[in-house]
Write a protein that binds this ligand. Structure first.
Ligand SMILES: N[C@@H](CCC(=O)N[C@@H](CS)C(=O)NCC(=O)O)C(=O)O
Length: 316
């Protein structure tokens, strides 16, 4: 496992028998009025992301839709997470150097923020240029901050977390997070056939539920795009190109669900959304980085094919 332990990078950390490692994260909040200790300001904050990662994609999309690209700067890491150093600033198309801290690897940014940090080095990361630290590395928090706290600088008319829909958005977020966003990883990283069978049943049950929900509505909650749609979209847009093959989520494809497929295409074609989707990064990351289930000898459950569709007579 790739891990920072007391500020020292380990490309393959193996805990000793019975050893429990206390891992940390950064969970401070930026607020519009500064009452949280981090005030929303122009040119103060920086995002570290990968176009491959669905969790980072939440934040890239919010920054884009809220028109914060010139307010919050951004560095893009290489999709090759298989490198022993983990997330790396590389020279892939659409990647950048670390323009803020001049680091070669993301773990160095974490060490700059906290010299004895212990934990996973994940994207996205929200960096504060003023105090020289990581504010937060949890995508759900960062998404929420971008959506609610930067209206003085971005597109305030786009309300992705409307007051009257908050309870419903929170509910569906919890479902989508566990069953879909993390659900695909539960399938992909299952360590036994039994775990795989359970995880895939839960994943596709959840997709069936969402397929039904979207039969009479364009968006998950209410009548316009919300944060909940951002969180579902980032997984669905990766489904057929990556999860179906690389994580063996292959009972059905996204394109086999008329409503979910329509929903995902609709969001993809909203203004400026497709700019945030880089399929080459996504494929590279998932197919190149993870060993995949084939090496664990887990037999995929699908695909379901209908052999009973009448054949066409070929005339000649
Ligand atoms: N809780 C985090 C998880 C993010 C996450 O798992 N990111 C993955 C990429 S998709 C990562 O950076 N993994 C590196 C690692 O696990 O060491 C969030 O939602 O922000």
């Amino acid at each position: 496992m790739k891990l920072l332990v007391n500020g020292v990078w380990h490309s393959d950390f193996q805990p000793l028998e019975g050893e429990r490692i206390q891992t940390g994260s950064f969970r401070e909040f930026i607020s519009a009025d500064g009452s949280s200790g981090f005030k929303a300001e122009r040119d103060r904050y920086h995002l570290y992301v990968s176009f491959a990662c669905p969790f980072a994609h939440r934040t890239i999309l919010a920054r884009q839709l809220k028109q914060l690209n010139s307010v919050i700067s951004m560095s893009v890491l290489s999709p090759d997470w298989g490198d022993p150093s983990g997330w790396t600033f590389g020279d892939w198309s659409h990647t950048t150097a670390d323009t803020v801290n001049g680091c070669d690897y993301l773990y160095q940014v974490y060490v700059k923020a906290k010299s004895n940090f212990t934990g996973r080095v994940t994207v996205p990361v929200l960096w504060d240029k003023q105090t020289g630290t990581i504010v937060n590395n949890e995508s759900a928090d960062i998404l929420r901050m971008l959506v609610t706290e930067f209206d003085a600088f971005g597109n305030a008319s786009l309300n992705l977390y409307p007051q009257e829909l908050r309870a419903e958005i929170d509910d569906i977020n919890a479902f989508v997070s566990d069953r879909i966003n993390i659900g695909v990883y539960k399938v992909g990283f299952a360590s036994s056939q039994l775990d795989y069978n359970t995880a895939i049943a839960q994943l596709f049950d959840a997709l069936d539920i969402l397929e039904t929900r979207l039969s009479g509505q364009q968006y998950l909650v209410g009548h316009s795009l919300t944060e909940a749609d951002i969180r579902l979209f980032v997984t669905l847009v990766r489904f057929d190109v990556a999860y179906y093959g690389a994580l063996n989520c292959n009972l059905r494809r996204l394109t086999d669900y008329p409503n979910l497929w329509n929903y995902t295409r609709h969001i993809y074609h909203l203004p400026n959304v497709s700019d945030t989707v880089k399929f080459d990064h996504i494929k590279r990351h998932y197919y190149d980085t993870y060993e995949g289930l084939i090496n664990r000898r887990i037999i995929p459950i699908g695909p379901i094919l209908n052999w009973d569709i009448p054949t066409l007579q070929v005339c000649h």
